[in-house]
Design a binder for this molecule. Structure first.
Ligand SMILES: NC(=O)c1ccc[n+]([C@@H]2O[C@H](COP(=O)([O-])OP(=O)(O)OC[C@H]3O[C@@H](n4cnc5c(N)ncnc54)[C@H](OP(=O)(O)O)[C@@H]3O)[C@@H](O)[C@H]2O)c1
Length: 298
């Protein structure tokens, strides 16, 4: 992130617990005392408590404020971006992180609307609203996952996301939602597990926005990317795994994402890509560059 004399503004969605909260803690520790970190979430009490706790941590240097933002309220997303533009001239770090929690015994189809609204409709709104007010040298990151690469989808669906514009990704997401409603999703090739198309669509949305502004952003040291935190021990992931021996704590998982935020210069190879532990995963195969080379040169 470019050093500047003006106070820097950072914002994380879904930040009252889990990875989002660890990202706020890390930003608050790494940013300066004039800087402001907005810890946002949908519930006023949880947001206020979390912000107060982060503010009181010994490592915290920046100012930390709680702000209620239900990301499914896309008008509220627009209003907050506009407010930050008017008050501070823009925003320096935005991390779109919120996710709706699903349990293994719940019907994925019945939770589809909420899940898609939180992960996808909201991501589109954040990319549009905060992309427009991101200051030069800023970072706009969407927390996706390694499931977010094209190879996880049935080949019949690839054309919906490959090289798509943001409007086209939005259309694909709404087609998927409609297929879930009409119980035709599986025959059309959509995976039953909502997380897969949702993460592919998040990565595709980031790629779409990044493709439009790549030259301008690279010239100003600005980064737009999706990130894969790896397996993290949180309330959302815990019900899905029996073996947690390889899971990172939220603070451990936040580190590589925070390094991307703090990096002095933007690596063009990471711009617009899905980044895992500092390396871009291939959009089609999901492999990191070294494994990719090994496949190409047996
Ligand atoms: N955990 C993993 O292993 C893992 C792996 C790969 C990727 N990820 C990604 O990492 C991100 C964070 O996941 P996590 O495991 O840290 O989840 P988490 O601990 O459950 O945190 C999710 C956060 O999103 C918030 N949220 C839910 N609905 C919202 C809404 N409508 N508006 C605003 N905030 C909302 C939750 O708020 P409440 O507290 O009010 O519910 C909570 O603060 C997600 O994008 C997830 O897909 C996680």
């Amino acid at each position: 992130m470019t050093a500047t004399n003006a106070p820097r503004i950072a914002l994380v969605t879904g930040a009252n617990q889990g990875l989002g909260r660890a990202l706020v803690e890390g930003l608050a520790a790494r940013m300066g005392s004039d800087d402001l970190v907005l810890l946002t979430g949908r519930d006023e009490r949880r947001v206020t408590e979390a912000a107060r706790e982060v503010e009181g941590l010994p490592a915290t240097r920046a100012r930390v404020r709680g702000h209620v933002l239900d990301v499914t309220d896309t008008d509220a997303v627009d209003r907050l971006a506009d407010e930050l533009r008017v008050r501070y001239g823009g925003v320096d770090v935005v991390i779109s992180n919120a996710v709706a929690r699903l349990l293994p015994d719940e019907s994925q189809a019945e939770r589809a609307d909420e899940f898609i609204d939180v992960s996808n409709t909201a991501t589109h709104a954040v990319l549009r609203a905060f992309g427009a007010v991101l200051r030069p040298g800023g970072r706009l990151l969407v927390v996706a996952s390694s499931l977010g690469t094209l190879g996880h989808l049935d080949p019949r669906l690839h054309h919906l996301f490959d090289g798509a514009s943001l409007d086209q990704v939005e259309y694909a997401v709404e087609s998927w939602r409609s297929a879930v409603h009409h119980r035709t999703a599986e025959e059309a090739g959509w995976p039953r597990w909502l997380n897969v198309p949702s993460k592919v669509a998040q990565v595709a949305a980031v790629r779409a926005v990044a493709a439009e502004r790549r030259t301008r952003d690279l010239a100003t040291g600005t980064l737009i990317a999706s990130v894969c935190p790896g397996m993290v021990d949180t309330a959302t992931s815990r019900p899905w795994f029996s073996d947690y021996s390889h899971a990172q704590s939220p603070a451990e998982a936040a580190r590589a994402v925070l390094d991307l935020v703090s990096a002095e210069r933007v690596d063009p190879a990471l711009y617009g890509e899905l980044v895992r532990f500092g390396a871009a995963l291939d959009w089609h195969s999901g492999k990191p560059p070294v494994e990719q080379d090994r496949i190409l040169t047996p």
